[in-house]
Design a protein around this ligand. Structure first.
Ligand code: B1M
Length: 215
């Protein structure tokens, strides 16, 4: 039953059907499938399937857009559920997050933000294609102890390095831990650019964030 519902959600996202995605996510919640399982076993794998179809020429940009909208529709229902279930007491820390300049992929970054906020972080989400200066200014303004940068394109990963350099130049690098992520990002890249950590997924990002700020 659970696996049938999860595979129906996967199919709806792959097919870019927002309404059906909403319906099946609601059914999955009603069947007591937890939000994290819906995200990890249905929504996220669906986006990977969409990516594969795009790579082999079966899907084009409009398919990606439709699938992204379907996943976001599902996330709208899951976000309050996640926050309600995982809300940690007190503020774990302040985090600034965003997708680097030139990159408009927002789903993974938003998921990381939702999970951080569900785990007690005060999250300032700067959105997508965030200029270097905007990251630096927000860290300065909020006194954030954590900065998270997402990059989904190999061509935009370099933006993560540039932001770290800009933080150093602004004299802010000592006050903020930097974590990086996104599909093409790996631990080796994080080491190379002097980030404090890398996480493969949103759950890993929460664990890393807590570790980095000593919670
Ligand atoms: Co684009 N795209 N896309 N795309 N897209 C990818 C990334 C791609 C792998 C597809 C492919 O070729 N198979 C490919 C990148 C190749 C590369 O450089 N390595 C690609 C391309 C080429 C492009 C365009 C250049 C296509 C074009 O125009 N010709 C273009 C670029 C636009 C731009 O940014 N300037 C483009 C555009 C788009 C859309 C706008 C149509 C759409 C995004 C819509 C939106 O976000 N609102 C889109 C989509 C949907 C995808 C795929 C299919 C799905 C991405 C996604 O949402 N995944 C993607 C294929 C794929 O990734 N397999 C693809 C689901 C999400 C939950 O996972 O974002 O990986 P992800 O996040 C994960 C982890 O990575 C991690 O945790 C998240 C949750 O588990 N994580 C972090 C992410 N950020 C983190 C930060 C952290 C820690 C962990 O700490 C701070």
């Amino acid at each position: 039953m659970d696996s049938e519902l999860l595979s129906q959600i996967r199919d709806c996202v792959v097919g870019g059907d927002q309404e059906a995605t909403l319906l099946y996510v609601q059914r999955a919640l009603a069947a007591h499938i937890v939000p994290v399982q819906i995200i990890d076993e249905a929504l996220t794998p669906a986006m990977h399937i969409v990516g594969e179809k795009f790579s082999c020429g079966e899907y084009f940009i409009p398919h990606l857009v439709m699938a992204a909208r379907a996943m976001q529709a599902g996330m709208k229902i899951l976000e309050p559920e996640l926050k309600q279930r995982q809300q940690a007491p007190g503020v774990a820390g302040t985090a600034v997050i965003g997708t680097v300049h030139g990159d408009i992929h927002e789903i993974g970054k938003s998921l990381v933000g939702i999970m951080l906020s569900a785990n007690g972080f005060e999250v300032h989400d700067l959105g997508v294609s965030v200029p270097i200066e905007a990251f630096v200014a927000k860290v300065k303004e909020t006194g954030a102890g954590l900065l998270g940068m997402s990059s989904l394109l190999t061509t935009t990963m370099v933006g993560q390095r540039k932001v770290i350099q800009a933080l150093e130049q602004a004299g802010l690098r000592g006050q903020v831990k930097v974590m990086v992520g996104g599909a093409p990002v790996k631990q080796g890249w994080a080491d190379e650019i002097g980030a404090d950590g890398y996480a493969e997924d949103a759950t890993g990002a929460v664990e890393l964030a807590k570790r980095l700020i000593g919670k």
